[in-house]
Design a protein around this ligand. Sequence first.
Ligand code: TXA
Ligand code: MG
Length: 313
Amino acid sequence: MTTAPIPATPENIEKAAALIRSGGLVAFPTETVYGLGCDAANGDAVAAVFEAKARPQFKPLIIHVADASAAAEFVVFNDTASTLAGAFWPGALTLILPRRTGCPVAELAAAGLETLAVRAPDHPVAQTLIRMTGRPIAAPSANRSGRISPTTARHVAADLGNACPMLLDGGRTPLGIESTVIDLCGRMPALLRPGAITEEEIAAHIGPLAPLAPLAKTMKKRSAIKYPGRRLPLRLDADFAGPGEALLAFGPEAPKGAANLSPTGDLRQAAANLFALLHDLDRPREFSAIAVMPVPDEGLGRAINDRLRRGRP
Ligand code: TXA
Ligand code: MG
């Protein structure tokens, strides 16, 4: 079974907006590539996006907003960000900025990072969908992990099958290449992903960029920034918490009252709770380690275990 694309009429966009508000997923066109969107503030919905993409790792997602003033509700702008948003938004430029305190975007959407990627897409369907939804929309490209980004609704349908319940067809995406990702959290603006807007175009507004940095490195660096006091080691595949250990439980067998990723053993719920519970339990004055009960290594469990094996959140 494959979800059939439906034309992106105002009525269908309204239906898509309602679906997103109720926690569902919608594939929709942007000017770059098709995105697989959900309510960025709904952790379960974000987990469902990772599940639909069958991604073995959690990667931070881009938060799609209508414009710069909407973005400023979620991230802290600096002068460079304002210049770039003024020059290129709406458009194919994604900015990485520090999250605001109290920002409602689910931790899973940013894979636990303290930064957020924001972008105001320049496509009438994406703009209408964002405005009708009234929420920030987290959306990776609407392809399965390891496949190329889709530029037509037919690509999305062929790749995601029925993993996405609604697919808005807005024709071929005009640019056909992903947005350029710029990290504005370091000393110098850095190009994280070359994309539809060239480095030269960007440099014309803000001067030279730091050289391309691999995401793995930035994520490490950012984690260090985000979790300065995060020290507790994780003990994996634990059946119980030893003396001085905090327990991160999973499933119905766990002791009552434990911090439980999912008391029913639901992997989507576990993914949605993962980063928040790791943060809660990271209390070095109280505990010496976090004992983590086994999580099945299937579906979303693979991404959860990948994150756990890499140690600190
Ligand atoms: O054109 C696009 O950007 C499309 C459309 C749908 O907007 N989206 C897209 O999303 O390509 P995705 O998930 O396939 O790629 C997002 C990129 C990834 O390279 C991710 O690592 C990076 O943005 N990214 C997101 N949040 C980040 C963060 N907080 N720090 C560093 N990189 C981040
Ligand atoms: Mg992608």
